[in-house]
Design a protein around this ligand. Structure first.
Ligand code: APR
Length: 273
């Protein structure tokens, strides 16, 4: 755990900055019970397996695959039922958990420094920042709560749970299979979202990176863009990453502990909540 002096420095920067950009990864949702990307896949609880499952029920098929084989267009075309059921399970998982103290602290920071802006740029697809109350969120990798059709991108609403295969896009549209509104491996990010993220990185004077292994482009170029434009860089993670040697302050620890401590210090410094 870092010194309280480092926490105080970051709290002071938050209190005095003009604009904050935050890049989050799977680590910020770990304390809500959402598995991180590069941790081993968790065993699935019996309740997640559905009624009638016993301890001896077979392991779900998707556990036998590397996620990168399923989270791609080729995986969906090859195994549409399997990919659909995997995302259905993940959608039920993220909707069944709650934002944690880290998500809530970021929403508090937004209120604390208003009307100065905080932009949350997230690689997460779980919508937990929205549910925590953050207002200005850019979902770099989309989300698993909404859907569009594979062939034409028609948006779909009210997609039922527990379907064994992807439903079809409704007539008068096209009858193509629905897929989650995520950015799969090999796909480009939404250019509007990416440009808005770049702009937030260019314009902020404080950039905070939380709970990401800092391995995936283009997300991880954002702190370097911010640094190149004079922003201070802060990283919060339980372990060091390839970014750690470049940041001004590395705060070691769980985001659900570190972020509330920073908020407490920033409030004591005179912020109004
Ligand atoms: N607090 C802070 N950091 C944490 C915590 C926690 N409680 N728990 C885990 N971490 C850190 C880990 O140390 C690791 O550095 O979170 C990071 C999670 O890394 P990944 O699993 O690689 O997730 P992420 O960086 O979000 O992955 C980026 O890769 O495959 C793609 O599209 C996928 O969005 C994903 C992207």
């Amino acid at each position: 755990m870092q010194s309280s002096a480092s926490l105080q420095i970051v709290a002071d920067w938050i209190t005095n900055c003009r604009k904050i950009a935050v890049l989050t990864g799977a680590g910020i949702s770990a304390e809500s019970g959402v598995p991180t990307f590069r941790s081993s896949q968790p065993r699935i609880s019996q309740s997640d397996r559905g009624e009638g499952a016993s301890e001896n029920s077979p392991t779900p098929l998707w556990e036998k695959y590397d996620p990168s084989e399923l989270a791609c267009a080729q995986g969906f075309l090859k195994h549409p039922e399997l990919v659909w059921q995997w995302y259905d399970w993940r959608r039920r998982l993220v909707e069944g958990v709650e934002p944690n103290a880290g998500h809530l602290a970021l929403a508090q920071i937004e209120k604390l420094i208003a009307p100065r802006p905080v932009t949350i740029i997230t690689q997460n697809v779980d919508r937990l920042h929205h549910r925590a109350g953050s207002q200005n969120i850019l979902e770099l990798h989309g989300n698993i709560i909404s859907f569009r059709c594979f062939d034409h991108g028609h948006q779909a609403s009210e997609v039922p749970y527990n379907l064994l295969e992807p439903p079809l896009c409704n007539p008068p549209h096209c009858n193509s299979k629905l897929r989650p509104n995520v950015v799969w491996f090999g796909e480009s990010l939404d250019p509007t979202t990416l440009e808005a993220s770049m702009k937030a990185a260019r314009q902020c004077d404080l950039f905070i990176v939380i709970g990401t292994s800092a391995l995936v482009q283009p997300a991880i170029s954002l702190p370097y863009v911010a640094e190149g434009n004079g922003a201070k860089l802060v990283e919060i993670n339980i372990e060091r990453t390839p970014l750690s040697d470049h940041v001004d302050v590395f705060l070691s620890g769980k985001s659900g502990t570190v972020l509330p401590s920073i908020v407490d210090l920033a409030k004591a410094h005179g912020g109004a909540l």
